[in-house]
Ligand binder design. Structure first.
Ligand SMILES: C[S@@+](CC[C@H](N)C(=O)[O-])C[C@H]1O[C@@H](n2cnc3c(N)ncnc32)[C@H](O)[C@@H]1O
Length: 258
């Protein structure tokens, strides 16, 4: 009998941020196929004798080709196993979970998707940035700075969206800023550069678009990085709940953003 594949979101990094269902499925998995950045504590939830496959990439290094990962999932399920495909954040947010689901559907393998806390939501939350703060932001969009074809996002059409969360932004940060400025965003637009959100090496820098255009993300860094662009990013000064000693009053950031 054919097995089943669970496409499980591992959350943004902190192992406590996986869902209860994801943790339960891991505990009864026969095989775990995981991204490299997934926390060791999560892999330890699987039974000691579960098969484990690392198919992720480290920073900008080489990764297992997507087709091989999909083939592996199909092959494991065909031997009757309960397979957990553990992916960072949410499986369907820039995670290529859709491609894996299609391969499973094509092969008539049963699968289930278990949503995860995407870094696009967890990063801003941990930096004290409410993505849709009333009065400052009525719209938010997830955008990738890097595409498979190398083509840049249409920054001009994105200019009308109040808050942009830009994934895969580390090395592309300067190009992102240039595109947004060309698309009509002011130099003074608040920006948060968030690295390794929810992990021990988390770092948040609150700057503006003009500064980002000049400096980019700084020294090359293998930590995952995203940008939050828009008035709400400035609230990270006042609502930095992970660094409470650094907090000024929120009122002036609300006024400045209106
Ligand atoms: C291939 S995408 C996967 C996104 C994932 N599926 C999600 O929902 O968060 C990888 C990108 O997600 C972002 N990312 C993932 N984890 C992150 C974290 N802990 N802190 C900051 N950015 C993160 C970065 O932009 C990184 O380049």
């Amino acid at each position: 009998m054919s097995g089943i594949v669970f496409l499980v979101g591992a959350g943004p990094g902190d192992p406590e941020l996986i869902t209860v269902r994801g943790a339960r499925l891991l505990a009864s998995a026969d095989a775990v196929v995981h991204d490299r950045l997934v926390a060791r504590e999560l892999l330890d939830l699987a039974p000691a004798d579960a098969l484990r496959y690392d198919v992720g990439k480290e920073g900008y290094g080489a990764s297992v080709p997507q087709a091989s990962t999909s083939e592996l999932l199909v092959r494991l399920a065909r031997t009757g196993l309960r397979v957990v495909r553990l992916k960072g954040g949410d499986p369907f947010v820039f995670g290529r979970g859709g491609e894996e689901a299609m391969a499973l559907a094509d092969a008539a393998i049963r699968f289930e998707v278990v949503p995860g806390v995407t870094a696009g939501v967890a990063g801003p939350a941990c930096a004290g940035i409410p993505l849709t703060h009333r009065g400052l932001s009525r719209s938010a969009a997830f955008v990738t700075a890097v595409t498979a074809t190398g083509e840049a996002p249409d920054w001009g059409s994105l200019a009308a969206i109040d808050t942009l969360v830009v994934f895969m932004a580390g090395r592309a940060a300067r190009a992102v800023a240039a595109g947004l400025l060309a698309g009509g965003r002011p130099l003074s637009t608040p920006v948060a550069l968030i690295r390794s959100a929810t992990r021990p090496d988390e770092e948040v820098r609150l700057i503006d678009l003009g500064t980002l255009a000049q400096t980019g993300a700084g020294e090359p860094d293998d930590r995952p990085a995203l940008l939050v662009v828009g008035a709400v990013a400035a609230l990270g000064h006042a609502l930095a709940w992970r660094r409470p000693s650094a907090r000024p009053s929120a009122a002036r950031f609300l006024e400045a953003g209106r």
